[in-house]
Every structure is written in structure tokens, then in C-alpha cells.
Design a protein around this ligand. Structure first.
Ligand SMILES: [Zn+2]
Length: 105
């Protein structure tokens, strides 16, 4: 049986964006050995528990209470809290909004 061949589209998709978003890349700091071993240690000490909402047994993310962008200490355990995914996302968004407001407010 003859196979039907699809025609290729005659029009290509035009990217009309004026500014292209920067590619999302992880900060190399969060891939570094000192950060990873500190995180392993903190999870062992504090447990896999969100320090904001108290959920247990979830994946936790190391969050800088005072962010690196704001001059926070990168490897000081007292500047790091363990947060679940939703608390971490919420905190990051809140901090970003505050930083934007401070810049344009
Ligand atoms: Zn949480």
C-alpha cells in the first residue's frame, strides 16, 4: 500500500517577540560541591521537613533567608532554611516582587 506523504508547511513560524527571554540556567553555585555537601548535612541534621509550613517527608530546597543577590552569606547554615517546593516558590516570588518594588517604587 502506498504511503501518503505529508506536505511540509509552506509558511514558517515567525517569532514576533521583541525581546527574547534569557535562557534559564542554574546558578553554578547551586551545583558546587560545598553547597551540595552543606545541604546534605543540613537535611541530616534538620530532617526532610519544611521549616515554613512543617510538611514532612517532602523534597526540600535550601533557601537563603537573606538572598545572595542581597548580600546574604552563601554557606552560613544560619542563613539557610529548608523549604518545600511550594514555600520556596512563594518565598522566591515574594522576594523578587519586593526587590522590583524597591527598584521602581
Ligand atoms: Zn512548606
Amino acid at each position: 500500500m502506498a504511503r501518503l506523504k505529508c506536505l511540509s508547511p509552506r509558511l514558517s513560524v515567525v517569532d514576533t517577540r521583541i525581546a527574547r527571554p534569557a535562557p534559564k540556567t542554574a546558578d553554578p553555585f547551586y551545583l558546587s560541591q560545598p553547597w551540595r555537601s552543606l545541604m546534605t548535612r543540613l537535611v541530616e541534621q534538620r530532617g526532610r521537613c519544611c521549616q515554613s509550613c512543617g510538611r514532612e517527608g517532602v523534597r526540600v530546597f535550601g533557601d537563603h533567608i537573606r538572598e545572595l543577590k542581597d548580600g546574604g552569606a552563601p554557606l552560613d547554615p544560619s542563613n539557610i532554611q529548608l523549604l518545600c517546593g511550594s514555600c520556596h516558590t512563594a518565598k522566591t516570588a515574594k522576594t523578587r516582587a519586593a526587590r522590583t518594588a524597591a527598584r521602581y517604587g
